[in-house]
Design a protein around this ligand. Sequence first.
Ligand code: SAH
Length: 248
Amino acid sequence: MAKRKRFFHDTFTHGLTLFFLIFVMLSADRIQADDEKDEFGAMRKHMVSRQIEGRGVTDPAVLKAMKKVPRHLFVPIKSRRYAYGDYPLPIGKGQTISQPYIVAFMTAALNPEPRSRVLEIGTGSGYQAAILAELGCDVYSVEIIGALAERAGETLSRLGYSNVHIKIGDGHKGWSEEAPFDAIIVTCAPEKIPPALIRQLKEGGRLIIPVGKTGGVQQMVLARKKGDRLVSRSVLPVRFVPMVEGPP
Ligand code: SAH
């Protein structure tokens, strides 16, 4: 009897200890999450005021989206603390997430309406797609490197962005099944604007695209479709990774 009682007592004490430990672990986790939220939230605000508003991007919807999207969750874990710096960062497979200012600049120049259908070429980390999704766009994003497309898809669905659709493929061909698009944003640089992208853009729609040779001077081109042609102008000298040729 005494043995049973002791067994009960031990089980009860162990249960209590376990309960207490779980409670402590859960609270510690929550405290850590709050700390992270505050720390990265503060870095994000600073990034927006210094790098973006400070350089003349004033579109309130773009600023709001950039303040909201957790950029650090789109970069590899080891570089999270650099995620809000004023530079592009490696995301694996020789590719980069663009500098925050460039993302803001391109988004503001594209100026998409909420609920517009936007084609992105070069999903990369999925960060640019998330910013467009925050603006209320339906985003169709094409990425040529399968592993990057998959990771971006996971990040975006973990964060609840159900209005981003990703396809593995060669962006030179656009995404004909989902065309026409209200706007097109290209985040890798071809030497010439791919004709399929012009075909898949609606009349009056906007295209923003870096154009030029890798290592050479590239220009960010902002264009509008008029008839079958583009009316375009260069808006910023830039440096982007190349838009590589896919299999025919
Ligand atoms: N928008 C991305 C950054 C893209 S970096 C972000 O927010 O993180 C450019 C991306 O374009 C790379 O991921 C690269 O693999 C992709 N890319 C290069 N050539 C391509 C092509 N022909 N078609 C589709 N994607 C391409």
